[in-house]
Design a protein around this ligand. Structure first.
Ligand code: NAG
Ligand code: NAG
Length: 693
């Protein structure tokens, strides 16, 4: 108690010093304030971190709606000042989501802030921070004066730069006097907020363990690298066998979850359909633990299932209220089983009738719990079952960046149809596939033999799905047995290696350029050729798991300029192309093809399309027929681009059949640029005309 009082006194004095130093208030004002406890309470936004505020003790007003996982909180009871002030207040139970006044007091920095789940907020662990704070109810204490305007550390000060977290961590504590105090009555936290997203300290992966929570590694988060923090504190409601019943269960990292002792995993016994019973609890969770379900912490999502998922649900009048409710329950079960979160699957819902509309997009609800709540509120649209129109909508609108499409996760659309669609799906689905969307179709109570005459496209499911191999279609006899498909569906949509339609013409090739560097080309034209190579490369999605690019230059001799493994970003590739030096010499195109097969394509990955793009300006000195045949035989799709003196008959021999789609002749180097779109178009047309099964 004595210490607390002392600290408070010290704080008050310190605060006076700050006020004096800023010169905003005269001594007299301050004295007056002590006599008059009434004062204006400054307001802050949910995202304001305690560290931004210099005052050692203050009363502030939080707005409503700070109970949101995006306002990060570190610690329990004592919070690192890197936390959202209002978020911490909710976590500690001083405030609820409707906002209000709180009293904040700064205390010394600590080691080992422990994350916990409390009052609807999941706080994170943090190994160490330079300053902490405590939150209590917003009742001003007698004899203490509180600032009516807060002093913020300037956003220009070193501590507010983008790498704030990292720096503050590695350096010794920054004395607060180094921050330039500025008094603001309003929050100008825009830069600070941006900084926070760019440089969150990585939460310790193990909330409960002191040794590992001291791991000093305040690295910035990279997408896809999120630790599944605090898994050990999760309730077993998060555990779900991701496999079809009886085939496989408890695969990693779920195996790391603690299965309650004595709990039996016997999927046959799950009563998935009992009202109020959450699918995944059945069988694993001892009865007495079910009460903790309400406190289920927010998950970062299952990292083994990173997909962007559109559920396209049937809201047509024919379904009826009861079946529509079954559909919603199914959605909720799937949302639960998927373990939605920013580092795992995200899910949005489109409902269609005559027309489609988005119920919510990928980033509206980023955890299973909120999603389930939102699903409960969906109301039926009515109308026809225009699934084709809905699929077009999903392709054009739903998977936009603005709607939360991450780009780094496969796009999956699960289309539910009651009976059969009332419009055509073929065209819309082809467009969706070509855009890289993996369409699954769940047909419920499909047409009987007698009904088939009414169906617009009798084979609609075949025409719609990503591949016709059965993996993408589920036929369900009755709405009342729909729940049995939850696990099977979840297993399939999460099998990202098998999601064949996310492979597009732009993201799934190993492309080897074979560039003629002979003397006839000349330095200037050689630069133009390199520009052409760069312009083609720019069109592709480049990374080690998407399209990769390599290049060979040849004269009489050949040299590997760079291989598929050498660079894996677009800018590195473009720089590497720029750096290719003109060689000058003869023209042995046949030998160059052999060399490219050996030096480039031998290192291509089995699941990649192999494309060779050969650019030459003259007839080869050696035979091209046999090397070209070998290339074709090895599955290397070869494009031949000839400029100026190139021989058209030779280009056609080099090119993959049909030659008219794979060979191009350009009269002069200055016209090469016109062929960029044409070459890309042919590559994509060929890709999209592959058989789908
Ligand atoms: C539907 O199409 C698939 C392949 O496209 C074919 O194998 C199947 O026989 C067709 N079914 C009907 C009922 O036409
Ligand atoms: C490459 O693209 C640039 C910029 O669009 C353009 O100016 C240039 O003409 C193109 N060159 C070739 C050879 O494609």
């Amino acid at each position: 108690m004595g210490i607390v009082v002392l600290t408070m006194k010290a704080s008050v004095i310190e605060m006076f010093l700050v006020l004096l130093a800023t010169g905003i208030h005269s001594n007299k004002d301050v004295t007056k304030k002590i006599k008059r406890p009434k004062f204006t309470v400054p307001q802050i936004n949910c995202d304001v971190k305690a560290g931004k505020i210099i005052n050692p003790e203050f009363v502030v007003k939080c707005p409503a709606g700070c109970q949101d996982p995006k306002y990060h909180v570190y610690g329990t009871d004592i919070y690192a000042s890197y936390s959202s002030v209002c978020g911490a207040a909710i976590h500690s139970g001083v405030l609820d989501n409707s906002g209000g006044k709180i009293l904040v007091r700064k205390v010394a920095g600590q080691s080992g802030y422990k994350g916990s789940y409390s009052n609807g907020v999941q706080s994170l662990s943090l190994p160490r921070w330079r300053e902490s704070f405590i939150v209590s109810e917003g009742k001003p204490q007698k004899g203490v004066t509180y600032p009516s305007a807060l002093t913020y550390s300037s956003s220009k000060s070193p501590a507010a730069k983008t790498d704030e977290a990292t720096k503050a961590y590695q350096k010794p504590p920054v004395p607060e006097t180094t921050a330039q105090p500025v008094t603001l009555t309003q929050v100008t936290g825009a830069t600070a907020t941006g900084a926070a997203h760019a440089s969150l300290p990585k939460p310790s992966p193990s909330a409960g363990s002191t040794s590992s929570s001291l791991r000093p590694q305040p690295v910035g988060l990279r997408s896809g690298e999120l630790d599944l923090w605090a898994t050990s504190t999760y309730t077993s409601g998060q555990n779900s066998p991701r496999a079809d019943p009886g085939i496989q269960s408890w695969d990693s990292p779920r195996a790391a979850f603690q299965k309650p002792a004595g709990a039996q995993v016997s999927p046959g016994e799950m009563d998935l359909w009992k009202p109020g019973s959450v699918l995944l609890d059945a069988g694993f969770v001892p009865k007495e633990e079910l009460s903790t379900q309400a406190l289920e912490p927010l998950s970062q999502g299952d990292p083994n299932c990173k997909i962007d998922l559109a559920f396209v649900i049937d809201g047509s009048s024919s379904i009826g209220k009861r079946r529509f409710r079954i559909q919603k329950q199914f959605l909720a079960d799937v949302a639960q089983a998927l373990d939605i979160g920013p580092a795992g699957p995200l899910m949005g819902i489109v409902q269609y009738g005559d027309n489609p509309s988005a119920q919510f997009n990928l980033r509206t609800h980023m955890n299973s719990r909120d999603l389930r709540t939102a699903i409960e509120k969906i109301t039926q649209r009515g109308g026809l079952s225009n699934a084709g129109r809905a699929i077009s909508f999903v392709t054009k609108n739903f998977f936009s960046k603005a709607n939360g499409n991450r780009g780094s996760a496969p796009n999956v659309a699960v289309v539910i149809v009651d009976g059969w669609p009332t419009d055509k799906v073929e065209e819309a689905s082809r467009f969706a596939r070509e855009s890289g969307i993996n369409i699954f179709f769940i047909t419920i109570e499909g047409a009987t033999e007698n009904e088939k005459q009414y169906v617009v496209e009798p084979n609609f499911s075949h025409k719609a799905v990503c591949r016709t191999n059965g993996f993408y279609s589920l036929n369900v006899q009755s709405w009342f047995s729909l729940h049995k498909t939850v696990q099977a569906l979840v297993k399939r949509v999460c099998d990202t290696d098998r999601l064949a339609c996310s492979k597009t013409c732009l993201n799934s090739a190993d492309i080897g350029f074979v560039i003629d560097g002979s003397s006839s080309v000349g330095t200037g034209n050689f630069r133009t050729v390199l520009q052409f190579v760069a312009n083609l490369s720019k069109e592709f999605e480049i990374s080690d798991i998407d399209t990769r690019i390599g290049a060979v230059q040849y004269t009489y001799e050949q040299r590997l300029e760079f291989g598929f493994d050498d660079y894996n970003t677009k800018s590195d590739i473009l720089n590497a192309i720029k750096r290719v030096g003109y060689w000058s010499g003869g023209t042995s195109t046949g030998a160059a093809i052999n060399y490219a097969l050996e030096q480039l394509f031998k290192k291509s990955k089995p699941n990649k399309r192999k494309l060779m793009i050969l650019i030459t300006d003259g007839r080869s000195y050696d035979d091209v027929r046999i090397p070209a045949m070998v290339a074709h035989h090895k599955g290397v799709i070869t494009y031949a681009i000839g400029v100026a003196w190139a021989a058209q008959d030779e280009l056609e021999v080099i090119a993959t059949h049909p030659a008219k789609d794979h060979s191009f002749f350009v009269d002069e180097f200055d016209n090469l640029y016109k062929f960029v779109p044409k070459v890309i178009q042919n590559i994509c047309t060929e890709f999209n005309s592959q058989p789908r099964n």
